[in-house]
Ligand binder design. Sequence first.
Ligand code: ZN
Length: 459
Amino acid sequence: MSAAVGPVAPATLVLEGCAVVTMDGQGSEYTSGHVVVTGNVITAVGPGSPPPASEDTVRRIDASGCLATPGLINTHHHLYQWGTRGMAADATLFEWLTELYPVWARIDAGLIRPLATAALAWLARSGCSTTMDHHYVFPKTGGDLLGATIGAAQQVGLRFHPTRGSMDLGASSGGLPPDDAVEDRDSILLASKAAIDKFHDDSPDSMLRIGLAPCSPFSVTSELLTEAAELARSAGVRLHTHLAETADESEYCAEHFGCTPVEYLDSLGWLGDDVWLAHGVHLDDAAIARLAATGTGVAHCPSSNGRLGAGICRTHDLVAAGVRVGLGVDGAASSEESSLIGEVRQATLTARAAGGPRALSVRGALKLATMGGARVLGRDHEIGSLEVGKLADVALWRLDTLAHAGIADPVAALVLGARPPLELLLVNGEPVVARDQLVNVDEREAAANAWRAVLSLND
Ligand SMILES: [Zn+2]
């Protein structure tokens, strides 16, 4: 006979004695404060000591010397590209794609699982609690690639927004990818519908939401863009694609469609508050105004843009116009560091190099990686700030080591300084990183597995 067991109260975790940067609407910050998490929800944030609670269900962490921020949100990535880092290191986007497409066309579920695990694990180490993935290469014999990346995200413990990407415009039809790297439109739409039906969870504390993401103007047909948008809107999921990344792409659009990349998407009903675009580098004033008016989001990926020499995103102008802007590391093949906190630093420096010292503040840059990303993913009521009632995605950065001890401003330390040790990363109230080590994944094993997959992919 077992004794009757009543409902168990959710565990409460108290972080106390830390600096707190909430990223709430008022920009609330506390030099020494607390964050209290009960279950998967933030239940208190404020200065000084936390409110009293019954001690038996409470775990207290002395977080002095640390800075608490919202977990960072990554709005553009290609996890499988962990397998092709360091290749075509000095190439333009089109040269780089042309070299890598044939390698990517060999990807399968067995290879992508360890590659995605490594990419996600490394992202978690850089303070990321929520990430999207844009997977658009689906070889016929590849197996369940989307399922494999979802399995990796669940293993690492991140909140995940994978997109079912696609390419249907091969070289013989005027596209950039080789014909054997693309799918036919009907297969894409069927698989997209199946992915939504199988995986999409739209509950408020969802750990898994699907989007649809045809790859780019030069690798998909306008018919696919139109039909993917219809499917996404009928299913209530978001839309994503690459846009206005390089001058070459602008030339392609002028030549093939007689308009700019933004005008092209606009003509297909592809602007709106359910759409976000990776890069948005080559935008004129009219395009920025149109993105703002339609509520379309932008995933700014400054390291990748620098690595490929694509240009400099007009971050200041986008934000000033009211465009929703988040940050993205982009795939590791064009952004080998793949660090989201590193991307905050890169965004700051890039914006200032182009637009002067006031082009982007350190707090403005951190906001892009938190509330900005939450808005881009349509989750600003759930994540992106440390506020009571929001989901417990919290990064706790250690600022009392050699790199930062004594620094005047904790936000300047985090954004401009070296990447601090990540003392704790909570995702949905669960620890994913503790003392700069992954909680759910053995890092050496993940590295060894990814290395084997890289060798196999390039064999
Ligand atoms: Zn990309």
